[in-house]
Design a protein around this ligand. Structure first.
Ligand SMILES: [Zn+2]
Ligand SMILES: [Zn+2]
Length: 266
């Protein structure tokens, strides 16, 4: 493998085409990398595929030499904001190159991949993005007021991941089979939730729960406890958030006592 596009032209099924295998290492799973690569390859008119493999992302791209070369650079320079690309390796593809017009696909993940195993980086949870926030507060949207809204750009990762490669089946979200609407978003390369592994909606995803209550009733029960000076532990991304009425001196004093934090700001 080399660190830059090699000089040798690989026959890629047609004159004037080259094919390369590009392996990207670093924090590249759970950060929307495969959807990003899919969009990029489609934009550049490249054929091929991308997949998660062990702790990295592997892809084979075929097309005009300039486009393939652009791809090698752009996987680093245009990577999703939560990715941390530390190494881009370029090599000849392991098998026959994708023929012209084959299109670009996301392949099932490989447990091992083609090279030596590398450090596996569990992606961090990412705060809700602007696009998801808009849906959250948009009454006609099917995720209006849905507290577990997320997409390929945001949402739980470390909180739900049990193993890599990063796929829904290796997260706790596998217990929530996707509804038809979510499944169609997940499979649509043009959708923000293309391969968004923890995607969920009110029809198929987790719901608010409070003892025997669910949904709005659960939320109202929690609100009543907070309004009454109580402290509620909200299970969220990365653990629990302790919630009380910040204007209620008694509630704040109880929270400080329980946290053994008499003065330091929360
Ligand atoms: Zn989002
Ligand atoms: Zn759904």
């Amino acid at each position: 493998m080399t660190e830059a596009p090699g000089a040798a032209v690989v026959p890629a099924g047609a004159p004037g085409r080259v094919a390369r295998m590009i392996t990207v290492s670093g924090r590249v799973q759970g950060v929307g990398f495969r959807p990003f690569v899919h969009r990029l390859a489609t934009r550049l008119g490249l054929d091929g595929w991308v997949r998660n493999a062990a702790g990295r992302v592997e892809m084979v791209v075929a097309g005009p030499p300039m486009a393939v070369e652009s791809m090698v650079g752009l996987v680093r320079t245009e990577a999703p904001r939560t990715a941390d690309v530390r190494r881009v390796a370029v090599a000849d593809p392991p098998g026959p190159p994708p023929p012209p017009g084959a299109g670009f696909t996301v392949r099932p993940s490989a447990r091992t991949g083609t090279g030596r195993p590398e450090a596996r980086e569990v992606p961090p949870d990412v705060a809700v993005c602007e696009a998801c926030l808009r849906e959250l507060f948009d009454p006609p949207d099917r995720r209006h007021r849905y507290p577990f809204v997320n997409c390929a750009d945001c949402g739980p990762r470390a909180t739900v991941v049990e193993d890599l490669p990063y796929d829904r089946e290796r997260t706790v979200m596998r217990r929530f089979p996707l509804c038809a609407a979510c499944a169609s978003e997940y499979a649509d390369p043009a959708d923000r939730r293309f391969h968004a592994e923890p995607t969920a909606c009110p029809a198929c995803g987790p719901r608010l729960a409070w003892e025997g209550l669910t949904g709005d009733a659960a939320l109202r029960a929690a609100e009543a406890v907070v309004a009454g000076g109580g402290i509620v532990a909200v299970k969220g991304l990365g653990g629990f958030q302790l919630v009380c009425d910040a204007t209620d001196a008694g509630a704040v004093a109880r929270l400080r006592a329980r946290k053994r934090r008499p003065a330091k700001p929360f």
